[in-house]
Design a protein around this ligand. Sequence first.
Ligand code: ATP
Ligand code: MG
Length: 348
Amino acid sequence: KPVILTCAQPTGQLTLGNYLGAIKNWATMLDDYECYFGVVNMHSITVPYTPTDLRKNTLSCVAQYIACGLDPERSNIFVQSHVIGHTELAWLLSCITPIGDLQRMTQFKEKAAKLGFNVGEGNDLKFTHEGARAGASVNSGLLMYPVLMAADILLYNADAVPVGNDQRQHLELCRDLAQRFNHKYSDTFTIPEAFIPKEGARIMSLQDPERKMSKSDDNQNATLYLLDEPSKLKKKIMSAVTDSGSEIVAGDDKPGVSNLLQIYSAMSGRTVADIEESLKGEGYGTLKKEVADAVISVLEPVQAKYHDLIQDKAYLEGVLKSGAEAAQKRAYKVLGKAYRKAGFVERP
Ligand code: ATP
Ligand code: MG
């Protein structure tokens, strides 16, 4: 079977964007692929965080994966820090990565900007004084993020990586690095394909529909979390930013309405055109109410399953134990090969 590898960060709670752009599709691949689903906690420390939260969110993320349909009997669910090889391979790759390639990454610029830093033209890191968080700095881990991500993928010689649209640029870099390594040494890594879904690949913030929905958004109202109570989901959707005019149609001039239609469509399986047709003459309030109902009816069973799973720590730890074993087995093989190619002598 071809291999897929894909991950989410336990930086916070998973969002509807993570579900529609990523996890929902992963769940459809269990039978046709050998699946590795990582909880990438080493990526989470590239931005300000609290260790106790990270610890809690890691197990919670595993339970959310399973509640969303990632069956551990048919996949390998593991925590990144449990597998030796991710950071080791990242080091090998970093030594063939030009710094400039990292400084122009959109996610790096956005996450640096969130800390109050502005990556200007010519890749100079410019400090913008207003808005800079007290004591904040852009750490080199944030810059290295895409290299570690490339290592996550190449360490399993993954054939494909199912991700949301925002990861397209990082995937390109990963493919570049694999090719560069293969060329510099000799054929070592599979060049992974990006699998980006047609629908739901870019769910936008409810408060600023020009930006993607993110679990690390400071504005809690902008993001729908999978574990938000139904009343909270509804409240957030009802207060979503909409656009001028009153017609319920998708279009470039209507980012807010388009996003709601996109969410509605992905949650209900109905086409946007069908929804537009059925809501002809109705107002934004009706649209929002229907979106809320669609979201809640999909998430309620996920939440019920989650609340059962999270009680059973022993079960979750068992999942992680067998996931780590399977992942490590594959990772050691690929890491060993990469070390040999790079000229590292084997440990006697
Ligand atoms: P963070 O703000 O911490 O980066 P995130 O919401 O971007 O959080 P990630 O853990 O970085 O979540 O990404 C997990 C997966 O979810 C990736 O495949 C990513 O492409 C996908 N994803 C993230 N946000 C969205 C979104 N708004 N729409 C669709 N897919 C998304
Ligand atoms: Mg992200």
